[in-house]
Design a protein around this ligand. Structure first.
Ligand code: GLA
Length: 736
């Protein structure tokens, strides 16, 4: 045996158990004799089977159980009393509302003949690569439900959705069509985390014990909403912390009205059901028609809330966001909105572009006000021609200069809206969402275009396509500044009018998909008066989001912390704006504003004409610093070291994907009683590696120069921060 051959054999023997276990960890197994499926993804196992009645029944969701043979056939649970029959005590994977069911149904339907009973039994299954399809059918009619399970094995995430097909000879109206029901291990002692908010105050994280009852988060507004976000996490508060313990988590990929129902039954069964919001829902399926529900993604970890977020972040970057892991880093952006509001002009924008270019900005964006007769928010939405008084030579001179300054060009649009004071509305009043003969409620002086209409969809696609084709536009900030009211659609039969809830969103996705296909380099930001439309559906079609119109750096710390529970920090556009901040009159130092914004995708949104030479110089340094650390922030692993909610200080750390760089951000909100800033214990470093430690302001970190990962994580580092709104950032470079 040559040395090399011997080495290969040894290496194979060493590696092969790992290979085998990695293989066993991944994928979908079906055991026909037991009618059991076992799905293995990352550190989670998900198992379910067909019970003796023919129902699909949840068996297990939790930490990995590698021995598939442990999962025996599903057996229904016994009845508890005549008030709780077995149908309700058995955790079904996708219960129809029928027989005796008191839990949240996944499907509720009314047939044209008046029948409202749906009982779904297993018919057949099919496995194709990473996707399992299971066909269920109603026991007495040809109503079919196809359930899909896709396993993202290395990411540790499962995706579920359903397709409901009417193969009967009569119309069936679906009144609730959910994507999936996820059952957790029976018992109590659970807690849950969810996010609510309002304009300027999105991403407020709540953590509560789960008591018996039904807990709902939802949007009835036609879009994702500021008020709640379609994400949940369930833990065991007695065991789970930021750093360890069980967490079951999930998020819906839908940008319309949605609902997530968390049910803790009196029998201590816990399940999470999510999909289209059944409120004002009615989707009629004629014979042969079908409806697909949105994807509902979920995962499990024993690594606490922090690891649950990191799993989601990685999954989003690999499988949800456009371009996947090969996507370029997010550019440093300048946006003129807070500087000029609607008062945009060629000369004004050029002056700002000159300054932005000097700071190292890579993308220049003109916000609202450039089109139609748009002087304020009363008029112009719908008329997407360049305003000739503001830009007498069109956009070209600005775009050319922006390019010459080394930046690409982006522009604001709000394609789904119309002002009654617009040429478009005067020509097509019937395109606005409305109930004929009823008032049309205006919000910000605007109405919604009914995107469910094919003619509106085509109009919107055409002008966007033309705008991007005839100008060198790299980026659209796609805004959406109100929620639905009077959601009528009188152009279709009365029986189909409620389909607006679904068709509107399908057409929105269709426009985005076609636009992106035709302009593959175009990047898009999802904005809705801040973070009103952030979800895993829109994120398949947009590179970044605007998380909040609130740009006050102190408030942002809390908003950003909430945001990262569900979404990757790299997609979160974060501007440095002027002080006192318009939201609350607060003034915080430029450095604090920059370091807060560096925890996302850095942008500048101040009036650069008013920045002093010293501020310009400092900003140039901050932009350069951000470029040095941005792959780590945008693609690395986030460790939320100290949460900002209710605290006088906070800290975040990011570790790059290759482990070579880590970046720490620390914020002292307001020092009290001279108490020193707490020692920071870093995380995610290699114990034995040595890191070079360098603070953005060298005097702020104790003079250690370099230290081992073990020292940095266990002894920690002390930062010199004092007073109000002090901040620090430290880069740790792993030495070879
Ligand atoms: C919304 C956005 C802002 C800005 C304005 C323009 O509020 O969130 O960033 O674009 O619209 O009207």
């Amino acid at each position: 045996m040559t040395y090399r051959f011997r080495w290969c054999v040894t290496a194979f023997l060493l590696i092969s158990p790992w290979l085998i276990s990695a293989k066993a960890r991944a994928g979908i197994q079906y055991y026909p004799e037991r009618k059991v499926w076992v799905l293995q993804a990352g550190e989670e196992t998900y198992a379910f089977g067909v019970n003796e009645r023919g129902e699909l029944q949840a068996i297990y969701w939790g930490p990995r159980i590698a021995r598939d043979a442990d999962f025996l056939s599903a057996r229904s649970r016994p009845e508890v009393a005549s008030f709780d029959l077995s149908t309700s005590t058995t955790p079904q994977e996708y219960p129809g509302w029928g027989a005796e069911l008191y839990n949240e149904p996944a499907l509720k339907a009314t047939y044209a003949d008046g029948n409202r009973d749906v009982v779904l039994h297993f018919v057949q299954q099919h496995i194709e690569g990473d996707t399992l399809e299971i066909e269920l059918k109603d026991i007495a009619s040809a109503l079919e439900v196809h359930l899909y399970y896709r396993v993202f094995a290395p990411a540790g995430i499962l995706q579920r959705w359903s397709r409901i097909v009417n193969r009967t000879d009569q119309a069936i109206t679906l009144e609730s069509a959910q994507s999936a029901a996820w059952s957790l291990p029976q018992g109590d002692g659970y807690g849950w985390h969810y996010m609510t908010g309002h304009w300027g105050a999105e991403w407020q994280l709540h953590s509560e014990p789960l008591q018996t009852g039904t807990h709902i988060i939802e949007s009835r507004r036609g879009s994702t909403s500021h008020q709640a976000n379609p994400w949940f996490a369930i833990d065991r508060p007695q065991q789970t912390t930021e750093e360890s313990g069980p967490v079951w988590f999930g998020a819906l990929g839908w940008s319309g009205s949605w609902r997530i129902t968390v049910e803790q039954t009196a029998m201590q069964q816990l399940r999470v059901t999510g999909g289209f919001n059944p409120f004002d829902f009615g989707y009629r399926l004629n014979p042969g028609e079908q409806l697909e529900t949105p994807p509902f993604y979920a995962g499990f970890t024993n690594g606490g809330m922090g690891e649950a977020s990191r799993l989601l972040h990685r999954f989003e970057r690999q499988f949800i966001l456009p371009g996947g892991e090969g996507a370029p880093v997010r550019p440093v952006l300048y946006n003129s909105w807070e500087a000029t509001e609607f008062d945009v002009s060629e000369a004004g924008q050029l002056a700002l572009a000159e300054k932005a270019g000097k700071l190292g900005v890579e993308r220049f964006v003109i916000d609202d006000g450039w089109f139609g007769q748009r002087k304020d928010d009363h008029a112009g939405l719908g008329d997407w021609y360049v305003n000739p008084e503001k830009f007498p030579h069109g956009l070209k001179p600005v775009i050319d200069r922006v390019h010459a300054l080394g930046m690409d060009f982006g522009i604001w649009v709000e394609p789904e809206m119309v002002n009654p004071d617009s040429g478009l509305y005067r020509k097509h009043p019937e395109w606005a969402m409305n109930f004929p003969g009823r008032p049309r409620t205006e919000a910000r002086h605007q109405l919604l275009l009914n995107l469910a209409r094919p003619d509106v969809r085509e109009y919107v696609f055409q002008w966007l396509d033309q705008l991007v084709t005839s100008n060198d536009i790299a980026f659209l900030k796609w805004d959406y500044n109100r929620n639905w009211s009077e959601p009528g659609w009188d152009a279709v039969a009365i029986t189909d009018q409620k389909k607006i809830a679904v068709e509107y969103v399908h057409n929105l996705y269709d426009i985005l998909d076609r636009l992106r296909a035709k302009h593959p380099k175009l990047e898009i930001e999802s904005c809705s008066g801040g973070g009103g439309r952030v979800d895993l559906g829109i994120l398949r079609r947009t590179e970044e989001v605007w998380p909040s119109d609130n740009t006050d750096a102190l408030d942002r710390l809390t908003l950003q912390d909430g945001f990262t529970h569900a979404y990757s920090p790299g997609i979160m556009m974060a501007w440095v704006t002027d002080v006192p901040n318009g939201m609350n009159g607060r003034s915080v130092p430029l450095k604090f504003r920059f370091l807060v914004a560096m925890n996302g995708s850095l942008g500048l949104g101040g009036n650069l004409n008013k920045w002093t030479p010293e501020e310009m110089q400092a900003a140039t340094g901050f932009v350069a610093y951000y470029k040095r650390i941005r792959p780590t922030v945008q693609r690395g692993a986030l460790y939320r070291l100290i949460a900002p909610q209710g605290s006088e200080f906070s800290a975040n750390e990011y570790v790059s994907t290759d482990g070579r760089q880590a970046v720490l951000f620390a914020f002292l909100h307001s020092q009290r009683f001279g108490t020193p800033f707490p020692t920071i214990f870093l995380r995610g470093l290699a114990e034995d590696a040595v890191y070079h430690v360098q603070a953005i302001d060298p005097g702020q970190v104790q003079e250690i120069g370099s230290a081992s990962g073990a020292y940095l994580m266990h002894h920690g580092i002390d930062l010199k921060l004092r007073g109000d709104y002090d901040s620090a950032s430290v880069v740790l470079e792993k030495q070879p």
